[in-house]
Design a protein around this ligand. Structure first.
Ligand code: 13P
Length: 313
């Protein structure tokens, strides 16, 4: 089974999000940051347990740590062969350098995020359009072999290399009136929106602007993406999904789940134990359990088969 694009993964959730479907039927696909192979496997295993789709996200920091875009793409391709029953894609997260994004597409990433949200609107349009055109034409998998996410508005917090102060972010919720032209002119496949979440741990519970989500949802029928999933209350997630959010990103919280489990394993094992599998294994297992829980929360449990059917018939 080849890697899928985010657009393919979301064909069904997008349909549900943008029609008069029962809000209870709607679901979002979880997107999770990783920086090691055990985390990648744990994420896909968690989705497999729940018969759910999933998105593997490499931040710029993860790319630097792992060493190359090609290595990540090849690992993802290998996972796709090993887990044909799991619909998933490999995504480059919050990338700003157009050349690097094009290299990721050439390496075999099946979704990329061009984050020009800090730039003026016109520049954001122009850069996002350039990437969308490139991704749709030049993927090694052929036409439309890679899809594209872009962002309008700004989230507070630090996402690896991108730092936005709370003050700046507060001024920059996504403006719904800017959405239709942005989507139309860029040709992107999904839109990340700033509606009150932030990257990293929250000091106080986030105040999500559901009114804004409602307005944005009415302005476009491309999938919407919620960033900054760590620490968002379960009820807010459910409401976002019912209101038509199609992709939800979680990073920081998953790192903590992994590291806590590894730390605990080191504490529990005798000093004479040296098998890394006994240390890293519990981390991978903890990730798997966390992803399984998120699949239930995002209501995508049990949707893998119909997604694969919507693609392959
Ligand atoms: P968190 O680290 O806050 O979960 O955000 C992750 C994210 O949005 C990645 O794009």
């Amino acid at each position: 089974m080849p890697l899928l694009t985010m657009k393919q993964l979301m064909k069904d959730s997008r349909r549900l999000a943008t029609t008069d479907s029962d809000p209870k039927e709607r679901y979002a696909v979880g997107a999770f940051n990783f920086s090691t192979l055990p985390e990648m496997v744990g994420i896909v295993e968690g989705a497999r347990m729940k018969h759910a789709p999933v998105i593997l996200m490499a931040s710029l920091g993860a790319v630097k740590y792992i060493g190359s875009l090609e290595l990540i793409a090849e690992c993802a391709k290998g996972l796709a062969k090993t887990y044909p029953e799991v619909p998933f894609c490999v995504h480059l997260d919050h990338a700003v350098d157009l050349d690097q994004i094009k290299r990721a597409i050439a390496a075999g990433f099946t979704n990329v995020m061009i984050d020009a949200s800090k730039e003026p609107y016109e520049v954001n349009i122009q850069k996002s359009k350039e990437i969308a055109e490139f991704a749709h034409r030049y993927s090694p998998y052929g036409a439309d072999g890679c899809s594209v996410e872009a962002e309008l508005g700004m989230l507070a917090g630090r996402e690896e290399h991108v730092q936005v102060s709370e003050e700046d972010a507060g001024k920059a919720y996504t403006d719904p009136t800017l959405v239709p032209r942005f989507v139309e002119e860029t040709g992107i496949d999904a839109l990340a929106v700033a509606i009150g979440t932030a990257h990293g741990f929250y000091k106080a519970a986030p105040k999500i602007r559901f009114d804004l989500l409602d307005e944005i949802r009415k302005c476009t029928d491309i999938p919407l993406v919620l960033h900054g999933g760590t620490g968002v209350p379960d009820e807010d997630f459910r409401k976002c999904v019912a209101m038509g959010m199609s992709k939800i990103n979680v990073g920081t919280g998953l790192k903590k789940v992994y590291t806590d489990a590894v730390r605990q394993a080191i504490c529990d094992l005798p000093d004479t134990e040296y098998d890394p599998r006994k240390i890293v294994g519990p981390g991978r297992h903890a990730i798997m359990e966390e992803i399984a829980g998120k699949c239930d929360l995002f209501n995508c449990t049990g949707t893998a088969e119909k997604i694969l059917q919507s693609i392959y018939g």
